[in-house]
Design a protein. Sequence first.
Length: 262
Amino acid sequence: MSTVDLTGQVALVTGGARGIGSAAVHRLAKLGARVAVLDLDAAGAHRVASAVGGIAIAGDVSDPETMPAVVEQVEKELGRLDVVLLNAGIGGGQRGVDDALDVARYRKLVGVNVDHVVYGLCAAVPALRRQGGGKIVITASLAGLTAMPADPLYTLTKHAVVGYARAAGKALAGDNITVSALCPGFVDTLLLGAAKEEFNSVAFPLLTPSDVAEALQTVLAQSEPGEAWIIQPGGKATAYGFRGVPGVGGGKMPPEVVLGRI
């Protein structure tokens, strides 16, 4: 596990009241950071923040006004912002393939899993620039790298944020801001719901939130801009090797080079 010293730095964790978010808050505090904990569950956010001497903020991350206000509050109360973990997320709850689509539920899924990431990054970047740079990590999933037929809508949202992290990471590298995606396998949290019993019945190994928090530490220490990191039970956090796409002109010029000039 890589070491990283966050002494004197300030971190913000969304969805920090439980599960991966709570474990990440404790890990970041252990590394020396003062941590702001954002969650829709005000009592849960307060409980976790109090345990590490941080601050608690209640808010709906899918609301476009929440993240700018939260970043402003963090800078006002803690003086700066250096590390952001955009971790809040929910499950699909419907396939979106062969069932009647619950549009309100679908919009909520996209609001939390995708919109919040965009709102959060846009709000955080000016604050990180004021410190000369920083780190943004997006909690994605293996569902952002491979198909999960049991939950196509969740797969859609996680593919979206992995792609966003890859592109935003390259776009912000010149500002000394590293954007990465963290893609854990199945984690023993409430998000599993009834599926946990199925995993247990076949002795399928699950990650713990602490495993993911440890992987987060590695990402903060080692990630290059735009990378996606995977973590599976019994393994170490590893940068995922994307194959890339064929170039143009006989493979001499990658498409992203052309687009970067437009």
